[in-house]
Design a protein around this ligand. Structure first.
Ligand code: SF4
Length: 345
């Protein structure tokens, strides 16, 4: 048996009954079902995108102690927000949260999925989570846990994003969408785990194709990774994480996208030679080394050494440009250095 249409009500009921018995008590799950505190849910969803739930709870409490309300967050200087975000991963998320808080304080909290989606840093997953948990709007979330649970229930080895979303929309309980989303998240995190799912404890094993196959962990199939090429590059930060020289890249490293001025270290070349080429091209001077970041893209693993400098062409507002992840990592080196200086005062 798989969760086909006639079985959907039974699968939902079993999942929700299990959630009512065994759902996790987490610090952002405050307020009645479907009417959770939107600020807490929003912060938790942004934070948990990069952090395990156990560590996430500690970071969440620390952030909430520093900024107990969206007004407090909006009124705080960005340096204090970045400091409270330490350890939580990409600082771009904290910057977006801060910008969005400013918007919310001026315009009020969004009351629709589209309204949440329009806020800086809020994507479909966060918007669906917030509106289902805080407004009771019937939106199904779609993340790694949901993908795994649904692929197993349906016995699908290669689930695509649209497939997962369609199955999640079908299964979503229209009466209790928030609880349903939390139930799938909890099932994926505590029972239907990636390597060794605890099928004997699972409330929906009766309808699970992967369980019936005898090899539940084989679903979904691991994503095929092609050979990854190593690449070295140097970048120059002329300015800071707010205002810096940005240029549209050409060539093999993120060509066509805006980013920090960068030169690839060619074969047979040293990083110093690539840096000399970069400095000459920009008419700039190096003042120091910020550090090295690494980043894996589909077919490349990039090691980027980031330098600071002076001179060069005019600066742009960093927040105005959608920069690649690699550049955010490079800018975080500067932010971390500033935050550590800030923390010592
Ligand atoms: S029966 Fe096993 S594989 Fe299927 S959903 Fe439950 S825990 Fe996951």
């Amino acid at each position: 048996m798989t969760p086909s249409s006639p079985h959907l009500p039974a699968v939902r009921a079993a999942l929700l009954a299990w959630f009512d018995r065994s759902g996790r008590a987490l610090p952002w799950r405050v307020g009645p079902e479907g009417r959770r505190d939107p600020y807490r849910v929003w912060v938790s969803e942004v934070l948990l995108q990069q952090t395990q739930v156990v560590r996430g709870q500690v970071y969440f409490e620390r952030f909430m102690t520093a900024f107990p309300t969206v007004q407090a967050l909006a009124a705080a200087p960005i340096e204090a927000v970045l400091k409270a975000w330490e350890g939580c991963g990409y600082y771009a998320r904290a910057r977006n949260l801060h910008r969005a808080a400013g918007k919310v304080v001026g315009e009020g909290l969004p009351t629709t999925y589209e309204g949440w989606l329009a806020l800086p840093g809020v994507g479909p997953y966060t918007a669906a989570a917030v509106v289902s948990l805080t407004l009771g709007e019937a939106r199904a979330v779609n993340d790694g846990n949901v993908r795994r649970v649904l692929a197993r229930l349906h016995g699908e080895k290669q689930p695509t994003d649209p497939w997962v979303q369609a199955r999640a929309d079908d299964l979503l309980d229209p009466e209790r969408p928030g609880a349903f989303n939390e139930a799938v998240m909890d099932l994926g995190a505590t029972v239907c785990t990636p390597k060794v799912p605890k099928c004997p404890d699972c409330p929906v094993s009766l309808w699970c194709a992967a369980f019936q196959s005898g090899q539940p962990a084989a679903y979904p199939a691991p994503k095929v990774r092609s050979a990854v090429r190593e690449m070295r590059a140097v970048a120059l930060l002329l300015g800071d994480a707010r205002e810096a020289v940005l240029e549209r890249r050409e060539g093999t490293l993120l060509g066509g996208l805006m980013g920090l001025p960068t030169e690839v270290v060619d074969e047979g070349e040293t990083p110093d030679q690539a840096l000399a080429r970069l400095v000459t091209r920009l008419g700039a001077r190096v003042t120091g080394e910020l550090g090295t970041v690494t980043h894996t893209m589909t077919h490349r693993h990039v090691t980027l050494t980031v330098f600071t400098g002076v001179g060069g062409p005019g600066r742009s507002q960093v927040a105005d440009e959608p920069l690649p992840r690699l550049d955010h990592k490079a800018l975080e080196l500067w932010t971390r250095r500033e935050a550590s200086l800030f923390g010592t005062h």
